[in-house]
Design a binder for this molecule. Structure first.
Ligand SMILES: NC(=O)c1ccc[n+]([C@@H]2O[C@H](COP(=O)([O-])OP(=O)(O)OC[C@H]3O[C@@H](n4cnc5c(N)ncnc54)[C@H](OP(=O)(O)O)[C@@H]3O)[C@@H](O)[C@H]2O)c1
Length: 248
């Protein structure tokens, strides 16, 4: 099958593309690097020619809810309209566990994306995953080596992006499933501890200061809102195994 991967150059997108190729399918990458800007919208229908499904793993670095909603709302509307024109029957979106409940600027865009997909009237699957193992690394590299890292008090159940990518590839070549079971990692972890372990593996002696964020968002980070829950499908690779494989 021919499957379009919007955001196929990103952290999880690269794994989606690899998983599709490994199972004998053709991936068409849509990203600005391949000449398709999904916020501008030009040329998307043509890029979807002969595709049976679209997997949306695009993202934006948004500091505010307005920007996040503009990005995820705009990209989702553009993709869904182009899919209708091109006759694509399955839209697969990746979201985040808790995105519809926890009040954060970035999650406001993800919640809008979730709603648009569910109201689309097309065949769709929505997979919610917990933070990728890479998330701790992304928090760590925000500061220069050796410097203090300020990390929110956060309970997470990190999952390997490779496992999320493989799940999305498998979903896309099948029939639409609606809301899929959450995909979470095998262990519940403390985010500041993950950042410390990541820094130690890099030989970085920078300290990590844990800060409990105020308000409903801070509470959601700590109270399990972002965890997989009892019905979640669990990934296999724990954080420390991923870390050892990444840094060896
Ligand atoms: N990170 C996590 O822990 C986590 C956990 C669960 C779910 N998710 C979800 O997973 C998805 C992917 O996250 P990620 O961390 O893999 O993202 P990422 O590494 O930041 O990659 C983002 C992708 O989007 C593309 N993109 C950005 N703007 C675009 C535009 N205007 N037009 C076309 N393509 C555009 C980028 O390619 P170009 O730069 O070439 O355009 C890139 O391929 C997101 O929706 C996120 O909410 C993330």
């Amino acid at each position: 099958m021919r499957v379009a991967v919007a955001g196929g150059t990103g952290v999880v997108g690269r794994h989606v593309v690899a998983a599709l190729a490994a199972s004998g399918h053709e991936a068409v990458v849509l990203s600005r690097a391949t000449g398709v800007d999904l916020e501008r919208g030009a040329g998307v229908t043509e890029a979807l020619r002969d595709c049976t499904a679209v997997i949306d793993v695009t993202s934006v670095q948004a500091l505010g809810a307005k920007r996040s909603k503009a990005f995820f709302g705009g990209v989702t509307r553009t993709l869904l309209a182009a899919e209708r024109e091109a006759g694509v029957g399955h839209h697969v979106a990746l979201s985040i566990v808790g995105a519809a409940e926890a009040p954060s600027a970035y999650y406001a865009g993800k919640a809008l994306q979730e709603r648009l997909v569910q109201e689309s009237g097309t065949g769709w699957t929505l997979l919610r995953a917990t933070q990728f193992h890479e998330f701790a690394a992304q928090l760590a590299v925000r500061s220069a080596p050796g410097r203090l890292r300020i990390v929110p008090a956060m309970t997470s159940q990190p999952v390997a992006a490779a496992e999320v990518g493989a799940a999305l590839a498998e979903i896309a070549v099948g029939a639409p499933r609606g809301i899929e079971r959450d995909l979470a990692g095998p262990r519940v972890e403390d985010m500041p501890s993950l950042v410390r372990r990541y820094l130690a593996a890099q030989g970085d002696h920078g300290r990590v200061l844990t800060v409990a964020l105020p308000g409903r968002w801070g509470k959601a980070l700590r109270d399990g809102t972002l965890l997989g829950g009892p019905q979640a499908r669990l990934g296999v690779q724990p954080f420390d195994e991923w870390l050892a494989a990444t840094t060896s």
